[in-house]
Design a protein around this ligand. Structure first.
Ligand code: PMV
Length: 309
């Protein structure tokens, strides 16, 4: 029976994580690490040759319940480290939804983004559409920011996120993965407690919002010096919110001498950091020397796409 294969990229959040939960803007970039799904209609339901276990595969189970009837064989492969804050679950959802849609002869970015967000939301309990929209569209996306090319809106529970595309010149960055897996939910909840009880925390969230607006301009114009300084400032503000860690600070500090700027990316607590640099090899060495795993990435990566077998 006919197979369909699709792949989708992981992502980093360039600026604005956590503040985006309170309606402030965020910027996210697709990275050159990808998740790949091949689907083949079948008599039974299997993933990588095994009968599907709902507890182990909650995202896949949700997507199959909503959008597939009958049996299916799914084969997956990925270069995105899981639990790294680099969007592997969003890329799984985006690639599986793209493959399912392609098997029905369709292709609709907005629909894939909506279905992928729903799967993350149902599985995690709370999520913003930053990861899934970045994975589906690729390139660089802005959330809740004027000035880009509007892509789509995603709404849930009284929240509305407006997603747009922004043009960005070629840039090189280095990701440093701490090797520590830190789930997003408890970190979002920690910031929520601080935010609800402190005007100081609300001021920090506002400051991250303004910084992200300024950074969008620096990003579009290719001003790496300005953008880097704002990323480093964003890291300091996230540290004040309590979401950095000793390992993240160590990798950020180690990268700064060879970078325009560096910060944690995603929820924090562990996961990964990112440095904007024109000396990627030096940054990789510094990250490795301090116990992290480096990945050199560049802007301009395609989003979810169907691949020929
Ligand atoms: O852990 P990640 O990489 O999915 O990033 C979470 C980003 C937050 O702003 C903290 C939460 C969210 O859903 O936007």
């Amino acid at each position: 029976m006919a197979s369909h294969t699709a792949s989708a990229p992981g992502k980093i959040i360039l600026l604005g994580e956590h503040a985006v939960v309170y309606g402030r803007p965020a910027l996210a970039m697709a990275i050159d690490l990808r998740f790949r799904c091949k689907i083949t209609p079948s008599d039974s339901v299997s993933i990588n040759g095994w009968e599907i276990d709902r507890a182990k595969h909650p995202y896949t189970s949700h997507i199959l319940n909503e959008h597939w009837s009958g049996g299916i064989d799914i084969e997956t492969s990925s270069t995105i480290p899981s639990g790294s804050g680099l969007g592997s679950s969003a890329a799984l959802c985006a690639s599986l939804n793209a493959a399912i849609m392609a098997s029905g002869g369709a292709s609709d970015e907005e629909e894939i983004a909506q279905r992928s967000f729903d799967a993350e939301l149902k599985t995690q309990g709370s999520a913003s559409p930053v990861d899934t929209s970045a994975s589906v569209h690729g390139q660089v996306i802005a959330v809740n920011l004027q000035g880009g090319r509007p892509l789509w809106d995603i709404s849930h529970g009284g929240n509305n996120w407006n997603i747009s595309h922004i043009d960005v010149p070629r840039m090189t960055m280095v990701i440093g993965h701490t090797g520590i897996s830190a789930p997003t939910g408890p970190l979002v909840a920690k910031v929520r407690r601080y935010y609800d009880h402190s005007n100081f925390a609300k001021d920090i969230v506002d400051e991250i919002g303004s910084l992200t607006e300024d950074a969008a301009l620096a990003l579009s114009s290719g001003d790496r010096v300005g953008l880097g300084a704002m990323m480093t400032e964003n890291h300091k503000l996230l540290s004040i919110l309590g979401v950095s860690s000793r390992e993240l600070d160590k990798l950020v500090d180690a990268s700064l001498p060879y970078s325009f700027g560096a910060k944690l990316t995603g929820a924090g607590g562990g996961g990964s950091m990112v440095a904007l640099t024109d000396r990627p090899d030096r940054v990789c060495e510094a990250i490795e020397r301090h116990g992290g795993t480096p990945y050199i990435i560049s802007s301009g990566q395609p989003g979810a796409m169907v691949e020929m077998d």
